[in-house]
Design a protein. Structure first.
Length: 512
């Protein structure tokens, strides 16, 4: 058996990778630009299958796509839909030149623009794409086939007969590459796996909805089986999540008797890689090693609702359907970026309400049961929202309201909590994700740590899209862990800071 039930591993990792005022100042780490990792995984010996380059216009409003999901009606993507899904989740949307070369910006937000998430496809025969296992090459916008044939049954067995995998004509496997992110963020990288995979999945789920495809995130699977299918080196790259896309009635054919190693050549990311054993230990201890363990792991989310509010409350006031911006999801994703400077301009309560409402309507995932369950709680520091006094708030999801924990101007506090940066001080509002890890780890073991980080990334990605759909800006940030909990306590006592998204008008596009 794996160490998944030994929850001390998750606590050790979590506590060891906390940021504090002291840890930031005593960390001798520096970025060696001469050893910066390649931003892409490259298979130099495999032929490229180029994907259709034209973005299909769905016409589905982004604010609808991020809030809804498609029922399990029969639907299968064709090659054009596959291209749309890949481009709008992990494709290159813009590039910028600088003295050292070029930065390629992708469709979804990622810490440090390092893009450690790789995408693989495991599909049966879909229109204009043969059955096989493929790697997505964003730089060339194409696929390279690693294995020919239908290997969906391998994923189904690894996922403990998860029904969504059983009936999906296509499953996207998301892997994370340690060194590409650890070059900058060291052992804290394992948290970033969840954030960066999550923001990508927010895009992927929204585009799937716009294309009329059922989609479900699957975190429970036998890690060694999936890694073996993709032929990745688990010391460097590991499967982190699966996304079942589409629905067909027929079950996949029997799996091959043996999944042989491929031994495919890949271009080294750097001249040398520095190892951070703590994050690999965390991944190993959160791995599952049998279908029975996966089945027992799945679902039954711990549900702990807040007590009724005791402080002043403000009811959310989302925009009506008539007032809702109708910008299509593909346009919003293409113009999305991470805001580098906020204008100190107020947003409106309906704008904030719409972002929160649309982002928290539920994520279709195997660890969230019943549907609509959520692991993370939302806490806010409000600086400039018309109709909302500045202060600290907590979001009561079941009641659709904000409870004011304390009023006041907390711009300086927000700047400090966000690693002493100007961005959270200048934003209109900062949305912190906090979670009580105790019941999560009790129910899910160490793998619950993966799930809570991934969910925070998905919710944060939805907030990104909801902000840009309303012509606002957003950026994801890191933080001083324990100081965040203290700031929101007593209400947040015992919880852990998971993620932070700052929202407001970009200084480049401030309102007139």
């Amino acid at each position: 058996m794996t160490d998944n039930r030994n929850r001390e591993v998750a606590w050790t990792y979590h506590n060891a990778t906390k940021h504090s005022y002291t840890s930031i100042r005593t960390n001798p780490h520096f970025m060696d630009w001469s050893n910066q990792p390649l931003p892409f995984k490259i298979y130099p010996t495999l032929e490229l299958l180029r994907l259709p380059g034209e973005v299909r216009q769905t016409g589905v409003a982004a604010l609808s796509a991020i809030a809804e999901s498609v029922a399990h009606t029969n639907a299968s993507p064709d090659l054009e839909a596959v291209a749309q899904l890949l481009y709008l989740s992990a494709g290159i949307t813009r590039k910028r030149s600088y003295s050292g070369g070029e930065i390629y910006f992708r469709a979804a937000a990622c810490t440090g623009a390092l893009y450690e998430v790789e995408l693989y496809l495991v599909c049966g025969g879909v229109a204009n794409l043969e059955a096989g296992v493929y790697h997505f090459a964003p730089a060339e916008f194409g696929l390279r086939r690693l294995r020919a044939g239908d290997y969906r049954r391998v994923l189904l067995e690894a996922a403990g007969d998860e029904p969504a995998i059983a009936h999906a004509p296509l499953t996207v496997v998301c892997t994370c590459t340690y060194w590409r992110n650890a070059w900058k963020y060291q052992a804290r990288t394992y948290r970033h796996f969840g954030w960066d995979n999550g923001t990508l999945l927010a895009n992927l789920l929204a585009v799937a909805t716009a294309l009329g495809l059922p989609a479900r995130v699957v975190c429970g699977f036998v890690d060694a089986s999936v890694n073996r299918l993709l032929d990745v080196d688990p010391q460097r790259e590991v499967a982190f999540s699966l996304v079942a896309l589409g629905h067909v009635a027929a079950l996949p054919p029997p799996a091959p008797a043996e999944i042989s190693p491929l031994g495919l050549e890949t271009v080294p990311l750097s001249q040398r890689e520095e190892d951070y054993p703590l994050m690999r230990e965390m991944h190993a201890a959160s791995s599952l090693d049998s279908a029975a363990e996966v089945e027992a792991w799945r679902g039954h989310t711990p549900m702990i609702d807040f007590p009724p509010p005791t402080e002043p409350i403000v009811q959310l006031k989302p925009l009506s359907d008539a007032e809702m911006p109708r910008d299509p999801i593909e346009q919003v994703i293409q113009r999305r970026g991470s805001t580098r400077k906020f204008a100190r301009s107020p947003i409106t309560l309906p704008q904030l309400s719409t972002m929160i409402d649309r982002a928290t309507r539920g994520v279709p995932a195997d660890f969230l049961d019943p549907p609509g369950a959520q692991l993370n709680d939302l806490y806010l520091i409000v600086h400039a929202v018309e109709g909302l006094p500045p202060g600290a708030y907590v979001f009561h999801r079941s009641r659709g309201m904000l409870e004011c924990l304390k009023q006041g101007n907390f711009r300086a506090d927000a700047g400090y909590l966000g690693l002493e940066q100007e961005l959270p001080a200048a934003a209109a509002v900062n949305i912190f994700f906090l979670a009580d890890l105790r019941p999560i780890l009790q129910r899910f073991g160490n793998r619950g740590y993966r799930a809570v980080q991934l969910e925070a990334g998905i919710l944060g990605g939805k907030l990104y899209l909801a902000a840009y759909a309303q012509r606002l800006g957003a950026t994801g940030l890191t933080f001083f862990d324990d100081d965040v909990t203290r700031f929101f306590s007593r209400h947040a006592e015992g919880k852990s800071a998971i993620f932070l998204v700052a929202v407001g008008y970009s200084a480049k596009h401030k309102p007139t």
